[in-house]
Write a protein that binds this ligand. Structure first.
Ligand SMILES: [Zn+2]
Length: 120
């Protein structure tokens, strides 16, 4: 638990240093009314209810490919959000939440487009 608070603290400081030209999502995932999800095939990101049971079905393809997403702010804007495992937590298996390019911890929060679609 202590470690979790520490990680939250780090994330908070990182957010404070973020350039706010892009829409920043400063609330922790628990405090906001949505979570960011990604279609692991098309790589499109969406908003989903915080309690949505993942993976979600993509209404366009009919396939359950929409899954949990974490953000690497070092990656290009169009490829910041990446699929991460649903059945693991960053505190327990940090290596599963590393950016494949930068090999650094990704976060459940990050800049999101203003007009991001909500998916049910
Ligand atoms: Zn990256």
């Amino acid at each position: 638990m202590r470690r979790f608070i520490f990680i939250c603290g780090l994330m908070f400081s990182a957010l404070m240093m973020t350039d706010h030209k892009v829409i920043g999502d400063e609330k922790s995932p628990k405090d906001r009314d949505f979570q960011i999800v990604i279609d692991s095939v098309t790589r499109y990101i969406f908003k989903a209810r915080p309690d949505a049971k993942l993976p979600l079905r993509n209404p366009k393809t009919g396939k359950e490919t929409i899954t949990r997403a974490f953000c690497c702010e070092k990656c290009a804007v169009c490829d910041r959000w990446k699929p991460v495992p649903i059945d693991a937590e960053p505190q327990e298996a940090p290596e599963k939440f590393h950016c494949p390019i930068h090999k650094e911890m990704m976060k459940p929060t990050g800049p999101i487009p203003n007009d991001l679609r909500f998916i049910d």
